[in-house]
Design a protein around this ligand. Sequence first.
Ligand code: IPD
Ligand code: CA
Length: 289
Amino acid sequence: MTSPREPAPAGLPPVPELVAVAERIAREAGRLILDGRPQTVGVAATKSSAVDVVTAMDLASEELLRRMLAELRPDDAVLGEEGGHRAGTSGVTWVVDPIDGTVNYLYGLPAYAVSVAAVVGEPTPATWTVLAACVHAPATQETWTAGRGLGAHLDGRRLTLGATPPLAGCLLGTGFGYVAERRRAQARVLAALLPQVRDVRRMGAAAIDLCQVATGRLDLYYERGLQPWDLAAGALVVAEAGGVVTGLRGAPAGSGMTVAGTPERVAELVRILEEQAADAPDGAGRESG
Ligand code: IPD
Ligand code: CA
């Protein structure tokens, strides 16, 4: 479980320095994708050309992030959605998503972001420690930052999770994978949850969803199938706002399941997701006939 406000491990670069780098490069990449999104990307364009533009912007954004990191933090490793892993020597890995919410970007919906995190340890959610994070949403000009032990902020305003209502009053965020069989399983779990909560939102960018939990705009969030770059930065923002981010059956958050919110509501949601076998292999748990 990502626990809130633990101090950063000793012997590493100062966390504020890493936060500043995360914010600087996320803003720069955000400018690139916002300015580089031609009007014709919208649904009016032919789908194939629109998708090409999005793919090109994804690649260009990650290239820019990697170029800036090579200048600012040459000894660090990088793990990115598009370019994979590049080894480093410092012990720090930058985990980057050049556009989280690519479908929103394609359709001109504003919920897309550049997500940047600095982690130490193996760059996998099961074992890493996230030190610094920035999620920058260029279309809404909102920027979330967090530093381990230093709190979470939205545009400079400190975020602190308050008490959440009982589950029946909770606004629950979630997301779905891209593969039909996975979605069938996710729909089954959602059907069980929907009657138990205030309402459900599927906004289309996992990094922003996590930050919305930290901001109090969602009470809870869960999703199966997140990749390291989807959750690294947002998970630290939640933890530093006083929330928890975890998986099921005592496992840390990761591709198996990611659940975020206040400790009490997360415990409740985890119990329901476990009962629903929300982490079962795709295809399992389907009613026959
Ligand atoms: C996706 C978004 C979406 C989530 C998917 C992710 P992408 O990332 O975060 O909200 O439901 O699981 O893959 O493809 O837009 O970078
Ligand atoms: Ca993503």
